[in-house]
Design a protein around this ligand. Structure first.
Ligand code: SF4
Length: 224
C-alpha cells in the first residue's frame, strides 16, 4: 500500500495540491513543503523539518484546544513543514489525516468498502449498543450537525444511512457527498479562478465520534 500511496501522491504533485486544510508544494530541489492553506504568502511561519513534527502540529487548534477529530476544520496555523523525500511526505500526511491517503487510493481503484450507518450502529457492543436505537429522524439531525463541513468535519461522506441507500442526512448539501468538491469552500459559491488539484478526505464509514454522539442522543432521551 505505501507504494500505491506514493504513486498517487506523485500523480497529484504536478506542482501542488490541496488535501483538507493543507497545501503541499514541490520544491525545485525535489523536496516538499507543507503548510496550512490559509498561510500562503506568510513570511513568519515556524519551520519544522521532520515528518513526525506533524504529530504535534495536529494535536491542538489555534486556541490550544485538543482536536479529537483530525479532519475537523480547525487545523492550527503558523507552521511550515519542509520534507526531503516522498516517503516523508506520505508519513506526515498520514499524521495530519490518518488513513485518508490509503482510503483515497482504494476509492480510486474502486476497491473501497463503504459501510452504512445502521450497519455500524448494529454491530456496536457494550455501552455503545444503545446507539442503534436512534430514530431515523434523530440520525438526520445528528449527522447534519456533526458531519457538516463548516465547523464539523471536512470529510466527504460516502456512506448511506442504511442498506436501502437512504441519504445520510437531508440537512447536508449535495456537495457534502461529492468527492470532487472542496469541502473548505461554501457550497453554491463561485469556485476560485485557479485552484490546485484536490485529494479529498473521504469518509467510508461513520467514525467512533459520530457513534458516540448517536449514543448520547438515545441516552438523553431515555433518561428524560
Ligand atoms: S462520520 Fe465521517 S464525516 Fe462524520 S464526523 Fe465522523 S469522520 Fe467526519
Amino acid at each position: 500500500m505505501p507504494n500505491l500511496i506514493e504513486q498517487a501522491l506523485e500523480a497529484a504533485l504536478v506542482d501542488r495540491f490541496y488535501i483538507g486544510q493543507i497545501l503541499v508544494r514541490k520544491t525545485n530541489g525535489g523536496g516538499f513543503v507543507i503548510s496550512h492553506r490559509d498561510d500562503q504568502g506568510r513570511g513568519d511561519l515556524k519551520l519544522f523539518q521532520s515528518a513526525e513534527d506533524a504529530i504535534d502540529l495536529t494535536k491542538f487548534d489555534d486556541s490550544g484546544n485538543y482536536r479529537p477529530l483530525k479532519t475537523a476544520p480547525n487545523l492550527q496555523h503558523g507552521w511550515r513543514l519542509q520534507l526531503a523525500i516522498l516517503d516523508d511526505l506520505r508519513r506526515s500526511l498520514d499524521y495530519f489525516y490518518p488513513g485518508r491517503l490509503a482510503i483515497f487510493v482504494s476509492w480510486k481503484s474502486s476497491q473501497l468498502q463503504i459501510t452504512p450507518l445502521r450497519e455500524t450502529l448494529d454491530r456496536q457492543s457494550g455501552m455503545y449498543r444503545i446507539a442503534a436505537k436512534i430514530s431515523d429522524k434523530q440520525v438526520n439531525r445528528v449527522v447534519g450537525d456533526f458531519c457538516r463541513s463548516d465547523g464539523g468535519c471536512l470529510r466527504t461522506v460516502l456512506w448511506k444511512r442504511d442498506s436501502r441507500g437512504t441519504v445520510a442526512s437531508t440537512r447536508l448539501p449535495p456537495e457534502k457527498f461529492d468527492p470532487a468538491f472542496d469541502q473548505t469552500l461554501t457550497p453554491g459559491s463561485p469556485p476560485p479562478a485557479t485552484t490546485p488539484r484536490l485529494i479529498p478526505l473521504l469518509c467510508q464509514e461513520p467514525c467512533n465520534l459520530l457513534v458516540a454522539e448517536c449514543r448520547n442522543v438515545v441516552k438523553d432521551e431515555t433518561e428524560r
